[in-house]
Ligand binder design. Structure first.
Ligand code: NAP
Ligand code: ZN
Length: 368
């Protein structure tokens, strides 16, 4: 079915917070700012938003303890800390980790009577208004309704049920300039995964495909600089577009098996999300060639826009950007079994994928 729904107002402009920060001020009298430990300060975004809040006499509190791959425990801690603080809306500043955590903190602050674990089963819960200022260009969390939360009970990362689109996202390329090289490369690969997975999976449609190809084109324009490790503002802008478009795409399509497989590398080995996912991208394309040969044209289009020859070239590009990862055979089997039970993620594809095929994806993806 061809449908499109994107309720987030996205403004991408240098100086966006100063120029359009007043858009944030209509959501109430008191804000909770959610950040990681350092990125909101280093990027300059926190200082900018504080000026706007002060100028508009909006009170605020700051919770700056969100770690990478945020846990359910930190979400619950923030919600407990501010449940009596009369918070009207949330401003999330940072990479995907603070943005995702903010969405679920917003759900718990709006629904103080529910058991926090209900977010994993109850999709009808709504959130306080969420406004985002991203400082990484990869997850697309600024335009997705998803949050990815580390669930120690399940020993992996999980998408809670409530869907929370940000109300407004202000994107300013200046905030990306302080990202470490490693983070820039890994988050760029995450954006590429969203664009390619979203372009291929079962729920892709004419609107999401248009956005996906445009996003891949922006990634391609950033590619050479990204490989070189010397980054310009222009390159960051291309990646910002790739990220935001990727978010719009997966809001409609969801992600595919590379994301499901990558969560195990991140949870058990601390591999960054973009790297953990990107290593399985070309393996997913193998499965499409095998089971959906009618989608070969789409695959060729990806290579053409990306400026690479074939799926081997795609894997090489990912490895050149983020490096490989070695894993023992036993662990490959263990994570394959866990992945084979992730029915939600497997349902993203129009064909079933056997345990042996998942093992092959781990083996081929982690060859380096
Ligand atoms: P991140 O975990 O938010 O941040 C990675 C690291 O980069 C942190 O150390 C962070 O510092 C630092 N950093 C971020 N921006 C910076 C800047 N401008 N200057 C200096 N340092 C900066 O990274 P991410 O890759 O953006 O987010 C990953 C998370 O997003 C994962 O949990 C992943 O599962 C999730 N995700 C969500 C979606 C979605 O649809 N919602 C999609 C894909 C992935 P601080 O710790 O100080 O902030
Ligand atoms: Zn991702």
């Amino acid at each position: 079915m061809n449908q499109f729904y994107m309720p987030t107002k996205v403004i991408c402009e240098e100086g966006a917070v100063k120029k359009f920060g007043s858009a944030f001020m209509t959501y109430g009298k008191k804000a909770l700012i959610i950040t990681g430990r350092t990125s909101a300060i280093k990027s300059g975004a926190l200082a900018d938003i504080k000026i706007e809040l002060d100028n508009n006499q909006i009170e605020y509190e700051i919770f700056s303890e969100i770690m990478e791959n945020p846990t359910m425990e930190i979400v619950v801690k923030a919600a407990e800390q501010y449940k009596l603080s009369n918070i009207d809306f949330i401003i999330a500043i940072g990479g995907g980790s603070p943005l995702d955590a903010a969405k679920m903190i917003g759900v718990l602050l709006k629904n103080t009577a529910v058991d926090p674990m209900d977010i994993f089963t109850n999709g009808s819960l709504t959130s306080l208004s969420i406004l985002t200022i991203p400082t990484t260009s990869g997850t697309g969390s600024e335009t997705t309704p998803y949050a990815i939360i580390t669930h120690h009970g399940l020993k992996t990362k999980v998408t809670p049920m409530p869907r929370v689109f940000p109300k407004v996202s202000l994107i300013d390329v200046n905030y990306y300039m302080t990202m470490p090289v490693r983070v820039t490369k890994a988050t760029a690969v995450d954006a590429l995964c969203h664009l390619i997975e979203g372009y291929m999976v079962k729920n892709s449609n004419v609107y999401s495909d248009g956005l996906a190809i445009e996003g891949i084109r922006h990634f391609a324009l950033a590619k050479e600089e990204l490989l070189s490790g010397e980054f310009s503002k222009d390159m960051h802008l291309h990646l910002a577009h790739a990220s935001t478009l990727g978010g719009m795409v997966i809001s409609h399509t969801g992600t595919g098996i590379p994301h499901g497989m990558g969560y195990h590398l991140t949870y058990h080995h601390g591999v960054s999300h973009g790297k953990a996912t990107g290593l399985f991208l070309s393996g997913m394309l193998d499965l499409y060639l095998k089971y959906c040969p009618e989608k070969k044209d789409k695959i060729d289009r990806i290579f053409e826009v990306l400026g690479i020859k074939d799926k081997k070239g795609l894997h090489q590009l990912v490895v050149e950007l983020v490096g490989g990862f070695e894993l023992g055979d036993e662990l490959k089997k263990t994570y394959s079994l866990a992945m084979s039970k992730n029915t939600r993620k497997l349902a993203s594809h129009e064909f079933s994928i056997s345990l042996e095929e998942i093992e092959t994806l781990y083996v081929n993806g982690l060859k380096g």
